[in-house]
Design a protein around this ligand. Structure first.
Ligand SMILES: Cc1ncc(COP(=O)(O)O)c(C=O)c1O
Length: 366
């Protein structure tokens, strides 16, 4: 039997009636942009992640770009982020005209290394973008401390971490603004594209709402050059239904991760575990092994879905060659890139399926 890497159909079938109903309601209402359903989802999501306000956007990438732009991050500024993240984090920085500065990650968690952040600060540094990768919080206590001492803005990329906690708190993951993605495979995934910025700053909300809608204050009154970055009402309505199930799904992911962890406790692979004080929502379950490429190949042959997040750190990508960074500049991220493998992880994964994945891993690299 094959085991997919993600199974969005399995999830859909558990909530089919609720989803079909809301889709039909939205079509019947013909309110496809804005309206009460969007406002409700924004309020519900803000409350879920323990923030004051939320601004829906067309994707996680546009959420980051909207937040950076609203915070006046732009040309001449440097923004420090992790080299081990999806490229969208850096693209959103680049699209403001600012320069991303990639730093290495901590070996245990593969999350941004606060010591490397501090060492990378220059006169031009304006912001730090910690990424809550794989579903767990970066070391926000250390990052916030550095930011406060150097008067820097923190914008958190929480695209993979809806509902994660640090020291028991969801609030602890937040920066001045915190950005989420609702890409379909995310823990809270749309049936299309979507994103969200959460903040406690009402002025920032006003600017972000303007920016996402062509810089409009009122219809056809454009006070600045903005974007079409709106979260559409259909996606917001679907996400609002799914939000009610997110705690259950995240708990299920966690228990699947515990089952994997217990099985791998004596080797032959090393899970990227939870760092102190963190509770991960396990967007991805990532293991490390020196035999990664063989494992990748053999798992594929057995029909077990696996992935690499991410195979080439951003400082070595052709898109960022102009920054002049070299192999050896982020040694932890570079080494990890050759060792990491993401195994199937979703709420509907059964114990038997976890056991089958574990058995295959043990057989291939044990
Ligand atoms: C860490 C990270 N940042 C940003 C994004 C961008 O989100 P989106 O695909 O919704 O634009 C993603 C997801 O794709 C991500 O995983």
């Amino acid at each position: 039997m094959g085991i997919p890497f993600v199974d969005l159909k399995a999830q859909y079938f558990t909530i089919k009636d609720q989803i079909d109903q809301v889709v039909s309601d939205v079509i019947g209402s013909t309110q496809f942009i804005g309206g009460k359903r969007l406002d409700d989802f924004e309020a519900n999501f803000a409350s879920y992640v323990d923030g004051k306000y939320a601004v829906g956007t067309s994707s996680g990438t546009s959420a980051l770009h909207t937040a950076f732009t609203a915070l006046d991050i732009g040309k001449g500024d440097e923004v420090i982020t992790a080299s081990n993240t999806f490229i969208a984090t850096a693209e959103a920085i680049s699209h403001t005209g600012a320069t991303p500065v990639f730093v290495d990650v901590v070996d245990d968690s593969l999350l941004i290394d606060p010591a490397k952040v501090e060492a990378a600060i220059t006169q031009r540094t304006k912001a730090i973008v910690p990424v809550h990768l794989y579903g767990q919080s970066a070391d926000m206590n250390a990052i916030n401390d550095i930011a406060a001492r150097h008067s820097l803005i923190v914008v958190a990329d929480a695209a993979q971490a809806h509902g994660a906690t640090l020291d028991g708190s969801r609030k602890a993951l937040h920066g001045k603004a915190t950005c989420f993605s609702f890409y379909p495979g995310k823990n809270l995934g749309a049936y299309g594209e979507g994103g969200m910025v959460v903040t406690d700053d009402a002025d920032l909300v006003e600017r972000m709402k303007r920016l996402r809608n062509h810089g409009s204050k009122d219809k056809y009154t454009h006070v600045e050059v903005g974007y079409n970055y709106r979260l559409d009402t259909m996606q917001a309505s679907i996400l609002d239904v799914k939000l009610r199930h997110l705690d259950t799904w995240n708990a299920s992911r966690h228990s699947r991760a515990e089952r994997y962890d217990a099985a791998f406790a004596g080797g032959p692979v090393w899970p990227v575990g939870e760092a102190p004080g963190r509770r991960s929502v396990y967007h991805l379950y990532v293991i490390r092994t020196e035999n990664r490429d063989r494992l990748l190949d053999e798992m594929g042959k057995r029909g077990i879905g696996v992935g690499i997040h991410y195979p080439l750190p951003l400082h070595l990508q052709a898109a960022y060659a102009h920054l002049g960074m070299r192999p050896g500049d982020c040694p932890v991220a570079e080494k990890a890139a050759g060792e990491i493998l993401s195994l199937p992880m979703y709420a509907e994964l059964s114990d038997d399926m976890v056991d089958e994945v574990v058995a295959a891993v043990n057989e291939i690299v044990g």
